[in-house]
Design a protein around this ligand. Structure first.
Ligand code: ADP
Ligand code: ZN
Length: 624
């Protein structure tokens, strides 16, 4: 199905480059963008799988500009359509969206633009598209290309199945002369196959990009005191966007409240909140009035803010697919971003019991449980094995990973902090399990080890045991984390049932006899090393000027009623703060500034930069 040679014709190539420069201010297309666009220009159906930040949108935005036609883009959410239309209007491409939130005047205006022949991109939802009147209008307009964004929504194997997407199956029948172009960041072969089948794509050009997100730094940190640990990570990202993902609604509220008490402005977001409240949080986050959102996975697809610099998981995601999806919201602009997962095997055990409970009502629970368990185990292995995170993720999605050291994960950056006396601590824990005769759960064993004065400790006379208070110099949460690590490494076992008790196994005995070593890890202390990539990103950049420009962007965005990332991506601000142009000629060398933006903001920017640089005695117009 793949045709490596597919390239835009020389004539198209020139016009593409012109449009890319003129509208977007970029110099060249990325290789996969070229292929996807070549397919569209050649009248071939296509499916492009490329991770978030790969640049999928240009692939459907450019072709109608070259052909001077109107193309239709199908998108699942109004907020996504709005961001796209705002972005296109800011670069001067005539685009509009038809959706349920329009006023009658707005609607009339859009229809008249459609019929004037000047519009190039029309966004709409699948449910609106399939309305008979709308369809007839599109047929009368002789639409030749449909782009289907977030195409994984059509597949029930995807993470975001939307039944409305199924209706798109009729596109091929109703528009036999049109080509379809599907776009998604979801990499699994099953979803891909489903998209091709459901849309009835005709010998499509299937383009699958690398799944690895090179600009993400992955860290998995033992969970000890999750609120405090979360606050520490957020402190590394002052004035930057951070999403904290929690498992439950309650937890989002607790964590947000804890952060607020400790001086970090954060808001909770979950599906239990009313619509207005949710929209408010989302809008504040998009407009950079709010930087930290503590959310369940309900905070997801509509989040287009491209400069999310950090995604934190306070609990274990259900699967690697979920993890990839959620961390995928970081660093869409291509600049470095951090993903921190706070891990405890206790979370995996909690999920495990939830899986069984929630599958209990299914007509045939066994396969459901087996599949959920497999996903969970894969996720837990990712978190617990000290292997390069980029490699594990890439290989999970069936691709090869070539680098020996990614330079962008806690393992490769050698941040894993193994405790020197690990085996001794393990022996203390295991002998305590033996002393309480393997009849108690994690909580009680930890109480005994920490020398706690609880009712049960007194009742069973466990304050008389030789292991009582043996680890009392450590915080309770740390001891708890170690017990879970031992469970994870299977040198300690747990009974099933409603009140699981800790049990010894053959491996435990080996550890107790000193025949087997154990490695326990603790959260690394101190500051994190800067990665080579972050250094490269910021070389020559005046960070104070960058902050000043962000402030300027916020004001401009507010005045124009659009989110800041629609005005300029952070990458453009970084270039501005490096080159520091004070003349239009220099300004146009900055990637991300096309003709319209240069004319709308150029003079203002040049004045801003000149004034700032003069005040701070910094050289301007650095062309090297
Ligand atoms: P996706 O939809 O795949 O998540 P986007 O279309 O939002 O990705 O693009 C991600 C970022 O990359 C945006 O900031 C975009 O402006 C930038 N980008 C896309 N294509 C190019 C290119 N050819 N040259 C430079 N920057 C690009
Ligand atoms: Zn690595």
């Amino acid at each position: 199905m793949q045709d490596e040679q597919l390239e835009p014709s020389p004539e198209h190539a020139n016009r593409l480059t012109d449009a890319l420069r003129r509208y977007w201010g970029f110099d060249s297309l990325r290789p996969l963008q070229r292929r996807a666009i070549a397919a569209a220009m050649a009248g071939r159906d296509s499916l492009l799988v490329m991770p978030t930040g790969g640049g999928k949108s240009l692939c459907y935005q450019l072709p109608p500009l070259i052909d001077n036609r109107l193309d239709v883009v199908i998108s699942p959410l109004i907020s996504l359509m709005k961001d796209q239309v705002d972005g296109l209007n800011e670069v001067g491409v005539p685009a509009a969206a038809i959706h349920s939130a329009l006023t009658p005047e707005q609607r009339r205006d859009i229809y008249s633009r459609i019929h004037s022949g000047k519009l190039r991109l029309l966004f709409t939802s699948p449910e609106r598209l399939v309305g008979e009147r709308f369809l007839s209008m599109l047929q009368a307009l002789d639409i030749r290309r449909f782009a289907i964004d977030e195409a994984h929504c059509i597949s029930q194997w995807g993470h975001d199945f939307r039944p409305e997407y199924r209706q798109l199956a009729m596109l091929k029948e109703r528009f036999p002369h049109a080509t379809l172009h599907a776009f998604t960041a979801t990499a699994t072969p099953r979803v891909r196959q489903d998209i091709v089948q459901q849309l009835a794509l005709d010998t499509p050009e299937v383009i699958v990009g690398p799944v690895d997100r090179e600009n993400l730094v992955y860290r998995v940190v033992p969970k000890v005191d999750v609120e405090r640990q979360t606050a520490e990570v957020i402190a590394r990202h002052q004035d930057e966007a951070v999403i904290v993902y929690c498992i439950s609604r309650k937890e989002t509220e607790n964590v947000a409240a804890w952060l607020a008490q400790h001086g970090i402005e954060a808001r909770a977001y979950h599906a239990g909140m009313d619509n207005d409240e949710r929209r408010r949080v989302q809008d504040e986050f998009a407009s950079e009035k709010l930087n930290v959102v503590v959310a369940t996975v309900a905070f997801g697809m509509g989040i287009d803010r491209s400069n999310v610099r950090c995604v934190i998981h306070t609990g274990l995601p259900k699967s690697i697919e979920h993890y990839q999806q959620e961390t995928g919201r970081a660093g869409r602009d291509g600049l470095e971003a951090e993903c921190v997962l706070f891990y405890s095997a206790g979370d995996a055990l909690k999920w495990e019991s939830l899986i069984v409970k929630s599958a209990a009502d299914a007509p045939d629970p066994e396969p459901v449980i087996a599949s959920a368990r497999q996903h969970l185990q894969d996720m837990a292995r990712f978190a617990s094995a000290p292997a390069c995170r980029h490699r594990v993720l890439t290989e999970y999605f069936g691709q090869r990973y070539e680098k020996l050291n990614c330079g962008a994960c806690d393992v490769c950056l050698e941040e894993i902090d193994t405790i020197p006396e690990s085996t001794v601590i393990a022996q203390k824990i295991l002998s305590c399990v033996a002393r309480v005769e393997q009849r108690f759960g994690v909580g009680h064993v930890v109480d005994v080890l920490c020398g706690a004065d609880t009712e049960n400790v007194r009742k069973f006379g466990h304050d008389q045991l030789s292991t009582y208070g043996l680890l009392s110099e450590m915080p309770r949460k740390a001891v708890m984390a170690f017990v879970y690590q031992l469970l994870d490494q299977q040198v300690l076992a747990r009974s099933g049932g409603e009140f699981p008790t800790l049990r010894l196994n053959t491996a435990s005995v080996q550890v107790l006899r000193g025949e087997r070593e154990v490695k326990l890890v603790r959260p690394p202390a101190g500051t994190r090393k800067q990665t080579a990539r972050a250094q490269a990103d910021m070389t020559g950049v005046d960070t104070q000027l960058f902050e000043h420009l962000r402030q300027w962007r916020r004001t401009v965005a507010q005045n124009r009623g659009v989110p800041p990332f629609v005005i300029f991506a952070d990458t453009t601000l970084v270039h501005l703060a490096r080159i520091r142009p004070t003349r239009q000629a220099t300004l146009r060398l900055v990637p991300g500034i096309g003709e319209k933006k240069a004319s709308d903001f150029g003079n203002d920017l040049c004045v801003q930069i000149a004034t700032w640089c003069k005040q701070h005695k910094v050289a301007t117009d650095q062309l090297q």
